[in-house]
Design a protein around this ligand. Structure first.
Ligand code: G3P
Length: 221
C-alpha cells in the first residue's frame, strides 16, 4: 500500500519524507490556505522534497478554467498531479488531461458510481473521503470495498486513494479493503508506529542490557 501525506506543511512533509516510506503528497485548497503561503511556490517547494506524485487542486468549477489552471500547475514539476472535483466539469477536464498523458486525482468522491465514471475518464487516482462519510453516519470503508470490487470486475487501472483518514483504524480497514494508496495527516503517520507495549518492552530490554553491561561512566563510579 502506498502512503501519501495529506498536508501543505513543509515541516511535516520533511519529517514524513525522512522516514523513508513516503510515496507522495496530497494538498487541497483548505490545507494550503491554512499555511498562508503562495500556492504555486508551496507546490514547487514540496516537489523539491518529494519525487512521488504531488496533488495540487484546481479551484475553477468549469472544465475550461480547470484546464487553464492545469496548464500552469503541470509546469511546476513533472510529478504534479492535477486534483479535480468529481463533478461533470471535473470529469470532462479529467478526460481531456488523461488523453494528453497528464495524471489526475479526482477528489470528493462519495459514492461508487462517481469512482466508476472517473476511471472511465482515465483518472490516475480517485479519492473517496472516508472520514466525511463517517461524519454523516454512513460507512466510509464500505465505499472502498465497493470501488475495489467494481475496479477489479472491469480491470479499471485508476488507483484508489483513501482520503479523509482520521486515525489508525481507518488505515487498517482501508488496507484490508484493498485501497492502493492512503493519504493521511502527519499525526496519523506517527500513530501508525505507536504501541505502548513497544515502549514498555524497549525500556525493559535496555534496563536488562545495561544491568549486565554497565555503561563505562557508570562502571567507574
Ligand atoms: O485532502 C482531502 C482529505 O483527505 C481531507 O480530509 O479530514 O478534511 O475530511 P478531511
Amino acid at each position: 500500500m502506498e502512503l501519501y501525506i495529506d498536508t501543505a506543511n513543509l515541516d511535516e512533509i520533511k519529517q514524513a519524507h525522512d522516514l523513508g516510506v513516503l510515496d507522495g503528497v496530497t494538498t487541497n485548497p483548505s490545507l494550503v490556505a491554512k499555511e498562508g503561503v503562495d500556492f504555486h511556490t508551496r507546490l514547487e517547494e514540496i516537489c523539491k522534497i518529494v519525487s512521488g506524485p504531488v496533488s495540487g487542486e484546481v479551484v475553477s468549477t468549469d472544465a475550461e478554467g480547470m484546464l487553464k489552471e492545469a496548464e500552469v500547475l503541470t509546469k511546476i514539476a513533472d510529478n504534479i498531479v492535477i486534483k479535480l472535483p468529481t463533478t461533470v466539469e471535473g470529469v470532462k477536464a479529467c478526460k481531456a488531461l488523461s488523453d494528453h498523458g497528464v495524471r489526475t486525482n479526482l477528489t470528493l468522491c462519495f459514492q461508487p458510481l462517481q469512482a466508476m465514471v472517473v476511471a472511465k475518464a482515465g483518472a490516475f487516482l480517485v479519492s473517496p473521503f472516508l472520514g466525511r462519510l463517517d461524519d454523516i453516519g454512513a460507512d466510509g470503508v464500505d465505499l472502498i470495498h465497493q470501488i475495489r470490487t467494481i475496479y477489479d470486475n472491469y480491470g479499471y487501472q485508476t488507483k484508489i486513494l483513501a482520503a479523509s483518514i482520521r486515525g489508525p483504524k481507518h488505515m487498517i480497514d482501508c488496507a484490508i479493503a484493498g485501497a492502493d494508496v492512503a493519504t493521511v495527516p502527519f499525526k496519523v503517520i506517527k500513530q501508525m508506529l505507536n504501541h505502548p507495549l513497544t515502549d514498555i518492552g524497549l525500556k525493559a530490554f535496555l534496563e536488562d542490557w545495561y544491568k549486565a553491561n554497565p555503561k563505562p561512566e557508570a562502571a567507574t563510579v
